[in-house]
Design a protein around this ligand. Sequence first.
Ligand code: AMP
Length: 117
Amino acid sequence: MAEKTLFEKIIEGQIPADIVYKDDVVTAFKDIAPKAPIHILIVTNKPIPSIAQCEDCDEAAMGHLFIVAKKIAKELNINEDGYRLIVNVGRHGGQEVPHLHMHLLGGTQLGALGFTN
Ligand code: AMP
């Protein structure tokens, strides 16, 4: 059996995290190293490594990530000022944890997207 990802261990309660939302499909918790005043990770409970590995049967879960992000943003009162949703994919995308997740960033004016040389 494959070794559990860091996020699987958080979902299963083996590693502590500040969980803000959980249902049958996703779990959301505060990022341990926040890049904005609000930085939440919304993680699929199913350990899909990245968007590159998701399958047609995961389509509903992918949509659910956005719906949950919207609900959390409303709960945290940032829906009117706006926020950013990011999904990093693979090495060039800067993905560190190989378990599909969406970043919800907000609470301030965010900088431009870009690249580093
Ligand atoms: P990514 O680079 O898209 O894979 O994002 C991984 C994110 O997980 C980073 O923003 C990390 O700060 C965050 N992270 C790593 N370990 C933990 C942890 N134990 N609890 C919460 N967030 C974490």
